[in-house]
Design a protein around this ligand. Structure first.
Ligand SMILES: [Zn+2]
Length: 170
């Protein structure tokens, strides 16, 4: 089990779940067979509420399994969590595929359009057809719109796309 989950995988999961705390939670999970949310909280010093939120997110993606038992003294439910490492690989592959599709769509869009921009960082770039309708004035800040060279951005996208394609074909 341990060998299947490397740091890169953990990092990817964290990116997907959206927090560094998720890395810590998965890190604890991968070292044990089964563990309660209470135990994770005390091992990581992450608040119990946050631990639970992370666990449910992972559960949504079938990355962890859940077993319920009842505390004999309090009568409350205890939740036991277990990592499903075999799900992890497939999950990450799927995520990569999704990202790749998005990047390819974006790359096509960037290649097919001529963009105009006002130079204000917060403002959006505008495709030629739209810029023409706006008589080359930024609809947000009213500055004149100028042609935007997106070749560097296209190149960055292309590299990412290539990288992902290679990763997915391995
Ligand atoms: Zn503007």
């Amino acid at each position: 089990m341990e060998t299947m989950i490397n740091d890169e995988t953990l990092q990817k999961v964290a990116e997907i779940v959206g927090s560094e705390e998720a890395v810590q939670v998965v890190d604890v999970l991968k070292g044990v067979n089964e563990i309660t949310d209470d135990e994770i909280a005390s091992k990581t010093a992450i608040r119990l509420n946050s631990v639970r939120k992370i666990l449910y997110k992972l559960y949504d993606h079938s990355l962890v399994a859940l077993r319920r038992s009842r505390d004999q003294h309090t009568g409350w439910f205890i939740f036991h969590w277990r990592l499903q490492p075999d799900q992890l690989d497939g999950f990450i592959q799927n995520q990569k595929k999704r990202v790749l599709e998005k990047l390819e769509t974006r790359l096509g869009y960037e290649k097919d359009h001529d963009f105009y921009h006002c130079g204000t960082q917060e403002c959006e770039k505008i495709p030629f057809e739209e810029a023409m309708e706006l008589i080359f004035r930024c609809p947000t800040c009213n500055k004149p719109l100028m042609h935007l060279d997106n070749s560097v951005f296209i190149e960055t996208l292309r590299l990412k796309v290539d990288e992902l394609r290679t990763e997915l074909s391995e």
